[in-house]
Design a protein. Structure first.
Lengths: 243, 469
């Protein structure tokens, strides 16, 4: 009885401490993945079960912890489309429509397994709280809970490499407990400027059996932008930011 | 798995086959064997199979990406080529059919349209020159027509991200509605059958100031517009010679987009407007628009054929929602009150005038009343959404049955006064690189004396293919 009480006491004292450690690790993961403000190029590849592929190339910029813009450079059918995220707000600008329309995090502007929340990802620590952390042989397992109902995934299980504090695998769950997708972080590469992170993220989903999507990173650099870049009126001009 | 067949070092591996990577096949072609005639057909087939397997096996894929090939260029050209075929099944009992075809009756019209829409930009420092052109050829049962124009052609000066100055032919897009935009004061009217279609702009001088702040009011943007109109410049903006002024003020306040618009008195009467858009939850968005026109006018006709101009102030408004379900079904629902639109009685009176005119034509051969009706139809009655109250519903399903890039949709436009409807099922496929295929059908119904029941066609079928470059 005494042992059980002691165990319960130790757990009660240790759990918040582990959660605090988990949030600290999560913040480090965020900064190890990207600087707070950056520009980068990404290629998204959707692979169908029969091997057919569709590729998209995006130029993305981010400022602070929750402002992101992504511009489609390719394919020509999507070139010029731009998406903006400011906290929980997301918009899509289509050149032919000529004005931004609000979109939601669970939609996907590219089709396939990546949704808008994946493409316009902001810092994990802004959207998620580490409720608990488990220490495994080579990784920390962070159990993350969405801070608000606006977040695309209700819960994440994030395996973080203990040595480099970078994610290895993330499982994303709906509020019902349903596994929505799994993200695999691969190919750690030196991007220069002190940025060393996975250059490839692959995802699969039980909701899209046999489909895979891959996100490849290139020319990730620290860069500062004025706030005006992250506004609706600027979406038609994101191209001007490219050098 | 690793299979290596090395038969001839004179012929290197095909360029798409890397010699590295786990699970990758390494194949070199057996050409010397072929040359010596010693290789068996079976062996050649085996090599072919392995080559194909290596090319398609998912396990062998190794993705690379170097952004260098996507660097910004001083000149960029893009656009699309579109081929569209439409078949209109005509409704011989309808008013609009009678005014158009009383001398040339027919059951259907086939129309093929080839459209070329190139666009491009030339950049030089903080300035750029942009264009979007429109060239089309239209083969219809009754003849051939073609047109060429610039939808947009303007110079742009952007000294910093917070300021832009544009001069030339620009297509501005104001409002938050999907199918209609009553606050679109300086635009050509949107076609609710194709709301996302790029439209022709007007020649103007316009600027854009953007400022961001900390706090509840996060963004303020101001867009003034100077739009001259005369018989030579922007002749379809309005009558007379005027230098029209308009402006839009945008606010992002507490996660809500808010706009206020104004158009001064000139080629068109003075009008004021406002709109808003907000995400209520991560999958539900609401939006609305309201516009006050100080003096709107519409031409109406009596059953005897007497045309009258009705003038007065009018208010138009729109309320809409966009909802995404867990199954990726998107619903767009909008209600539109078209203040200056024709009432149900006015629409019915026009239909009866056409009935009388047609009866007179059949009895006497006098087509003058029908010709007058045709003018009235062009002036208002036959325009899209000429009525006063409308409902719009669009339901689209993203990638059903796990078919990527496939989006079926159903669109309903209803005249809420006479309850006539246009129902349009649609299939869209974008799975081929740079190709978009769309198949649509329109079923119009509502009976006599109703808007959609009196349109010239009762059915329309449309197949459209676009190649982007």
């Amino acid at each position: 009885m005494l042992r059980a009480l002691l165990t319960a006491f130790v757990l009660a004292v240790a759990a918040p401490a582990l959660a605090a450690d988990g949030n600290e690790i999560l913040r480090k993961v965020d900064r190890n993945l990207e600087p707070e403000s950056y520009e980068m190029y990404r290629k998204l590849i959707n692979i169908e079960p029969d091997g057919r592929k569709k590729e998209f190339v995006l130029y993305s910029v981010k400022k602070g912890r929750d402002k992101v813009v992504a511009l489609f450079l390719s394919p020509p059918s999507d070139a010029g489309r731009a998406t903006l995220r400011d906290g929980d707000n997301m918009w899509l600008y289509i050149p032919s429509v000529g004005k931004p329309v609000r979109i939601t995090s669970l939609q996907s502007v590219v089709g396939g397994v990546f949704n808008n929340a994946d493409i316009l990802r902001i810092d994990y620590s802004v959207e998620y709280n580490a409720e608990s952390m488990q220490e495994e042989k080579d990784a920390y397992l962070l159990n993350l809970k969405a801070r608000t109902g606006e977040v695309a995934y209700d819960r994440l299980k994030m395996w973080v490499d203990r040595k480099v504090l970078l994610p290895v695998k993330i499982e994303a769950y709906a509020a019902s407990g349903l596994l929505i997708k799994t993200l695999h972080f691969k190919d750690i590469k030196d991007f220069g400027g002190g940025i060393r992170r996975p250059a490839s993220v692959e995802t699969d989903s039980p909701l899209y059996k046999g489909h895979r999507s891959v996100m490849l990173y290139s020319q990730l650099k620290k860069r500062e932008f004025p706030d005006e870049v992250f506004t609706l009126n600027y979406l038609s001009r994101v191209e001007d930011l490219r050098k | 798995m690793r299979v290596v067949i090395v038969l001839d070092d004179a012929h290197p591996s095909p360029p798409h086959l890397s010699p590295r990577g786990e699970g990758r096949f390494e194949v070199q072609m057996p050409c010397r064997a072929f040359a010596r005639g010693t290789i068996t057909i079976a062996r050649a087939l085996a090599v072919c199979v392995l080559t194909l397997a290596a090319a398609t096996a998912p396990a062998a894929e190794e993705f690379t990406f170097d952004a260098a090939e996507f660097q910004k260029k001083p000149v960029e050209i893009g656009g699309y080529l579109e081929l569209k075929h439409q078949q209109f099944r005509l409704n011989p009992d309808s008013a609009i059919y009678r005014v158009n075809f009383y001398q040339d009756p027919r059951a259907r019209i086939d129309q093929s349209t080839l459209t070329f829409k190139p666009s491009g930009v030339l950049r030089r420092g903080e300035a750029s020159l942009r264009f979007r052109a429109h060239l089309d050829g239209d083969w219809e049962t009754r003849g051939f027509e073609r047109s060429a124009r610039f939808d947009e052609f303007y110079a742009s000066y952007k000294p910093d991200p917070g300021f832009t100055l544009d001069a030339g032919k620009v297509s501005l897009k104001w409002g938050k509605g999907y199918a209609w935009n009553p606050v679109a004061f300086v635009e050509r009217v949107k076609d609710p059958d194709d709301p996302e279609l790029a439209r022709e702009g007007f020649s103007m001088l316009t600027a854009d100031w953007i400022r961001n702040f900390d706090g509840a009011l996060r963004t303020v943007a101001f867009t003034p517009v100077v739009l001259p109109a005369s018989p030579d410049l922007n002749p379809d903006f309005g009558a007379g010679r005027h230098v029209n002024t308009a402006a839009k003020l945008y606010l992002l306040y507490h996660d809500t987009d808010i706009d206020f618009m104004f158009l001064g008195n000139g080629s068109r009467s003075r009008r004021y407007g406002a709109d808003f858009s907000r995400n209520i939850t991560s999958n539900l968005e609401i939006h609305g628009e309201i516009a006050r026109i100080t003096e709107a006018q519409r031409q109406v006709v009596s059953a005897a054929g007497q045309a009258m101009l009705v003038r007065g102030a009018a208010t138009s408004w729109l309320l809409g929602v966009r909802y995404l379900t867990a199954r990726d079904t998107t619903y767009i629902l909008e209600y539109y009150r078209n203040g200056p639109g024709l009432s149900e009685d006015e629409m019915r009176t026009f239909s009866r005038f056409v009935d009388n005119a047609y009866a007179q034509y059949l009895a006497t051969g006098n087509g003058a009343p029908l010709a007058r009706a045709a003018n009235l139809a062009r002036g208002g009655y036959a325009r899209p959404n000429a009525g006063r109250n409308y409902l719009y519903l669009r339901v689209s399903q993203k990638e059903p049955f796990d078919i990527l890039y496939f989006t079926p949709a159903l669109t309903l436009v209803a005249n809420a006064d006479d309850r006539s409807t246009s129902v349009a099922p649609e299939l869209l496929y974008t799975g081929f690189n740079n190709i978009e295929l769309r198949l649509r059908a329109f079923f119009l119904g509502g009976g006599t004396d109703t808007e959609f029941g009196e349109r010239r066609n009762s059915r329309r079928f449309e197949l459209q293919g676009r190649i982007y470059f």
